[in-house]
Write a protein that binds this ligand. Structure first.
Ligand code: ZN
Length: 319
C-alpha cells in the first residue's frame, strides 16, 4: 500500500457554524476533530474527513468570522477536488440544485467527469467521478447514503506562474510522477495511491498573485509515513532543491514541517502517525472539543470565547 500523496488540505472560512453545517450536512463528511488553532486558540480548527479520518481525506478549516474574501491567483491552490463513484453524479447534481449550492455544469478533464462547485465562502471545490470508487467504504453518518458518499480527495490544482520547479519537488521528494498534460495543466500522480493521489499544476504565466482570505486554501500537506520518512524528505528538499523547512511542530494528530514551494504555495509534510484516534475513541471522533495539553489549563476561558455552534432553529415565538 502506497503512503504518498496528500495528507490534508487546510483552508480559511468565515462563519464557523455555516462551515460546519455545509461540510457535515450538505457534503456528508465526518467531523473527525474539533479543536482550536494551536497558535490562536480563540479560533476553531475543524477537521472533516471519512469515517476513519484517514490521510488523503482530510479537509480542515480555520473559521474567522469577519475574514475578508480571498482572491484566486498565482501561488495559490485553485481547486480542491473530492472523489465520488461515477453512479453518484446525478445524486450530487440534484442535491446541489435542491440545497442551492453554487455549481457549474459537469465537464470532462483528463477523461474524467468533473462537477465544480463552491462552498458558502466561495472556496473552489469539485467532485470527480472515479470508476471503482463505489467499491470503497463510504461514511454514512452525514445523511448521504454509502453508494453516493464522498471517498476522500481526488486531488488539488495549483495555479502557478511557472510549474517546472514545483513539479520537480513533487516527483523527487513526494513520490509523484508526471502522467499527462491537457492545455496548460500538467497532471502528477502519486504511484498507485487512490485517495489524495493527484496534483494538477496549472501554469498561467503573468497572472495576478492570489490574495489569501475567506475561501482560500492556506496550505497543502503531503504524507510522510513517520518521522524518519519526513526527515528524509527534509534532507532531499535542502540538498536537491535548496529549500529549507521549519522545525518540526507537534500537531497532536500528526507531526509537521512547513516550507514555501518554488511556485509560492505553502506546503507541509505531515506524518501519518499518530492519527485522530489518539485522544478520543474512533467511534466518537469529533464529538468533544479537544485541546492540546498546553491549552488544557485554559479550557473554561477558551470554551467561553469560541463561537456558538448550536444549529440555527426557526423561532415561532410571537414578538
Ligand atoms: Zn496542515
Amino acid at each position: 500500500m502506497a503512503r504518498n500523496g496528500i495528507h490534508h488540505v487546510t483552508a480559511i472560512a468565515g462563519d464557523a457554524r455555516r462551515n460546519l453545517d455545509f461540510y457535515t450536512r450538505i457534503l456528508g463528511l465526518r467531523l473527525v476533530k474539533k479543536t482550536v488553532n494551536f497558535d490562536d486558540p480563540g479560533t476553531y480548527h475543524f477537521y472533516y474527513g471519512d469515517e476513519a479520518g484517514q490521510p488523503g481525506a482530510i479537509l480542515t478549516f480555520f473559521p474567522w468570522a469577519h475574514v475578508a474574501p480571498g482572491r484566486i491567483g498565482v501561488g495559490e491552490t485553485q481547486e480542491t477536488a473530492f472523489r465520488i463513484p461515477e453512479s453518484a453524479l446525478g445524486f450530487w447534481t440534484e442535491r446541489f440544485v435542491a440545497q442551492a449550492v453554487s455549481h457549474e455544469a459537469p465537464r470532462t478533464r483528463f477523461g474524467e467527469t468533473v462537477l465544480p462547485f463552491r462552498d458558502p465562502d466561495g472556496m473552489r471545490l469539485a467532485l470527480v467521478a472515479v470508476r471503482g470508487a463505489e467499491n470503497e467504504a463510504g461514511w454514512t453518518g452525514g445523511g448521504v447514503s454509502a453508494e453516493n458518499a464522498i471517498r476522500g480527495f481526488h486531488g488539488v490544482t495549483l495555479m502557478l506562474d511557472k510549474a517546472a520547479a514545483t513539479g520537480a519537488v513533487l516527483t523527487d521528494v513526494f513520490g509523484f510522477e508526471q502522467v499527462a498534460t491537457e492545455g496548460g495543466v500538467t497532471r502528477f500522480r502519486a504511484g498507485d495511491t487512490t485517495v489524495g493521489g493527484i496534483v494538477d499544476l496549472n501554469e498561467v504565466g503573468g497572472f495576478l498573485p492570489g490574495r489569501p482570505g475567506g475561501g482560500s486554501v492556506h496550505h497543502i500537506a503531503f504524507r510522510a509515513e513517520d518521522d524518519a520518512a519526513q526527515s528524509a524528505m527534509v534532507e532531499k528538499l535542502a540538498k536537491g532543491h535548496g529549500l529549507r523547512t521549519t522545525e518540526q511542530k507537534d500537531r497532536d494528530y500528526f507531526r509537521s514541517v512547513y516550507f514555501r514551494e518554488p511556485g509560492g504555495v505553502l506546503f507541509e509534510i505531515a506524518t501519518d502517525v499518530p492519527g485522530f484516534a489518539v485522544d478520543e475513541p474512533a467511534d466518537a471522533l469529533g464529538g468533544a472539543l479537544k485541546l492540546p495539553r498546553f491549552l488544557e489549563p485554559h479550557r473554561a476561558r477558551i470554551e467561553e470565547a469560541l463561537p456558538d455552534l448550536s444549529p440555527v432553529t426557526a423561532s415561532v415565538d410571537a414578538a
